[in-house]
Design a protein around this ligand. Sequence first.
Ligand SMILES: [Fe+2]
Length: 315
Amino acid sequence: MTTDLALDGIAPGLTTTRAPFIEHAQASGQLYIGQPYELYSEENHRTWSRLLERMRPRWERYANPRFLEGVATLRLDPNRVPRCEDINRFLEPRTGFSAKPVSGYVPAYLFFDCLKRREFPTTITVRDGASLDYLPEPDIFHDVAGHVPMHTDRAFADALVRFGQFAERAARRAGEITDEAERIRVLTSNVKGLARFFWFTVEFGLMRESPGVPIGPGHVRAYGSGLLSSYGELEHCVESPQVQRVPAQTEWILNQYFEIHHYQPLLFVIEDFEHLFYLVHDLERRLDAGLLDNLQPGEPDVNEVDLKSFLDAAL
Ligand SMILES: [Fe+2]
């Protein structure tokens, strides 16, 4: 299919800001797609190479050891954009996870559902080489170099699967509420809580460097993909005295708003991935007990697409 599209004159280049193949897939309603590898331009490969090369020394210094083991397991090519099928050959035997190419934003309920099935929705475009440092949406460097190495770790992968199961629980609870306005209110609060939990753990989580060490500057390691795929913020989150590093507590995470367009001023620190699994278990208990139904308002907003994806599953 992908080769046909290339032959049909779809312009080469899978750059986040201009990728005719992706636009075509979106316009025809295809969310789950292949990875038309032949469409990557030399510029895309060069950008990947530059991103990986400059990040490696920072990973060595600031990433948690399980992430570094994951990077080694995946054998990322320093010169070429990774092929998802190659990644999956090394990943699936470890934890059953696979990287699943998508054409763009995955509505929240579907995203959770993928995690439950050990599939990780994966962006296949590469950021523009002129903006290596920051982009608000994910690209393949964020998804494959930032997220996927953690999926090689069994404790982390199991926590992610368990988390993925909560969408169904939230939808089922909402489905039992007969008053429509109340159903939407509760569901919005629940989805906000799940999004905050994901943000402060999977995307921006820190881990104590070693047992008993105070969690001040220099003594934490990153496991969140938003940190691990950001050259500037990876150093900042570990070293800067301006960052508030707080021992992870479920109820605080759930009520803490966040903004996406600047370095995070407050981050939560776990002890290890067994601790993360415990937090996920605690989240489940709180969800079932209705403790996510009245969370503090504020960011993130729950958009209509995400809410609808849950409502469709609830009814
Ligand atoms: Fe992410």
